[in-house]
Design a protein around this ligand. Sequence first.
Ligand code: CTP
Length: 394
Amino acid sequence: MLNGKNILFGVTGSIAAYKSLEIIRRLTEEGASVTVIMSESACRFVSPLTFEIISGKPVYTDLFEGYVRHINLVKEAHLLMVAPATANTINKCAYGIADNLLCTVWLSYEGPALMAPAMNARMYRNSIVQQNIKSLAQRGVIFVGPESGDLACGEEGVGRMSDVSDVVDTVKCILAQKDLRGHRILVTAGPTRESFDPVRFISNRSSGRMGFAIAEAAHRRGAEVTLISGPSMLKPPRGVSFIPVERATDMEKAVLKKFRKATSAIMAAAVCDYTPSERNKSKIPKKKDFALKLRETPDILQKLGKRKDKRLLIGFAAETGNDKKRAQDKLKRKNLDLIVFNDVTRRGAGFDTDTNIVSLMSRDGDIHDLPLMRKEEIAESILDWIAKHKSKPR
Ligand code: CTP
């Protein structure tokens, strides 16, 4: 995802500098080329050699070594980030003080910039720091964190540098191609849960991973995203409007309401096809034989198909076997533009896995078979299809 992207990565003097190693490892794994600049204090926490090995490139620490280094470093960069950013560096950057290589680079750089602050809670609360963060944010600097929790000094409060994943996700968000800007995408995810007494329910194996990955990627690519999900252990992606639901009828209500303003809808949820006909108010006592009477749930996707107008409508078909004809029929019956077919019996495919093997089958009969992929990659492929076929946002 970050192939061809050059990141200038500033590290300043905080114990959180050890987390930067993992951030850099993840960024390079995604294809970015990361050049590290360390402040003098940062070198007291982690050695430049460690950063050199992790980034696979020379680490810069000295303003006076090399010919106009600060200008050369900024020319090729797509992003300048400082993680951890200490109170001292934040204050200096806000005032344009250029007394070391990193601050001089900051002053000469003109592209997108990110800071992940890390400091003691008292320092973070200080109005000088607060004012300088505000002033940098007003100039377009993106801040991630800090978070609240245990601090290195033994105190508790707001000041911890954000988790590695949050910082990496924000970088990806800044550097992603914004080809879905102006689009309002509705995504459903997870299973639904149909209860028949206060403690028992029927459901399915869906984890929500596919829908959450689509929502996250669509937001990264500039779309305004609403994610409606049944019960899932996953953390809702940042920047996405999240509506948790439980039953198929709750999902139906939320989806129909949000569909009106959407330009596309992707129904990745594994909606239960049946719900108990009755819901007991109290726990049903154990019996030798127990029969549960079920009735059909509303087919949400079919309802969307009837009112889709110019919107792009995408559904999923989880089948047990390679019966693409069934999926094609489903596409026609539900009036879809695209159906994501998968045979859940294949190894590495289906519910509750990190990967899947899908075919994108479009209304005009086109079938695009994808290999075994991570659900995040499948999400990108579905969104590529939308980006290619989208009509102008209304
Ligand atoms: N779906 C829905 N509402 C339901 C059931 C399914 O909106 N009550 C959506 C799913 O989100 C998915 C698509 O319909 O995008 C396909 O679901 P699936 O269960 O495979 O299709 P069915 O129409 O139930 O067909 P069948 O069970 O006969 O395969």
